[in-house]
Ligand binder design. Structure first.
Ligand code: ZN
Length: 178
């Protein structure tokens, strides 16, 4: 392929791309307009529903058929709105993809590519904790390993101590030796 051919080819791609962008802009704008209109319609139907309900309540006769019809119309508008919003986000996500280069083109093509580049979004695993958890803090109040039956409990602080203790080793409460 000659230089001029390549020049012509990239120029036509620029035209294609410009067409694509213009068309995308047109569709996006149209969808945004439709979404705005649907939101407006939902808003006024809800206002109407509220007004009707209020009036019927004041008149002492709630007509559930009227309410149901309005609610149904609002549901339908919401379905349309969801569809338009999906269509809009799809349209906004579209990117211009260049047609594949014909065989024989030099590999050193420098034309910019607009294809979606996969992004590595896998976060790295969290680092292991820098320091091991500290050993059990020494409080000086560790319970001695006492066999059951040989102990009593402090009435002041519930500390378990040997039966022979006169004072609670934890709080100093005088218990006496039974
Ligand atoms: Zn005590």
């Amino acid at each position: 392929m000659s230089f001029l051919d390549q020049l012509g080819r990239s120029a036509s791609q620029m035209v294609d791309r410009a067409k694509f962008e213009a068309e995308k802009f047109q569709r996006t704008t149209r969808l945004q307009g439709e979404i705005g209109e649907l939101r407006h319609q939902i808003h006024s139907k809800l206002a109407e529903l509220g007004q009707r309900t209020y009036e019927l309540h004041r008149a002492g006769q709630i007509n559930s058929a009227t309410i149901a019809a309005l609610a149904q119309a609002i549901d339908q508008l919401r379905i349309d709105l969801t569809k338009r919003e999906e269509e809009l986000s799809n349209t906004q996500a579209e990117v211009f993809v260049e047609p594949p280069a014909p065989a024989g083109t030099s590999a050193g093509s420098t034309s910019p590519r607009s294809q979606h580049v996969p992004v590595e979004d896998e976060p790295p695993p969290p680092p292991p904790p820098a320091t091991p958890p500290p050993p059990q803090a020494q409080t000086g109040k560790t319970q001695p390993d006492l066999s059951a039956g040989d102990t009593k409990t402090c009435p002041s602080c519930s500390y378990t101590m040997p039966m022979r203790a006169i004072f609670c080793p934890n709080c100093g409460f005088r218990i006496g030796n039974k």
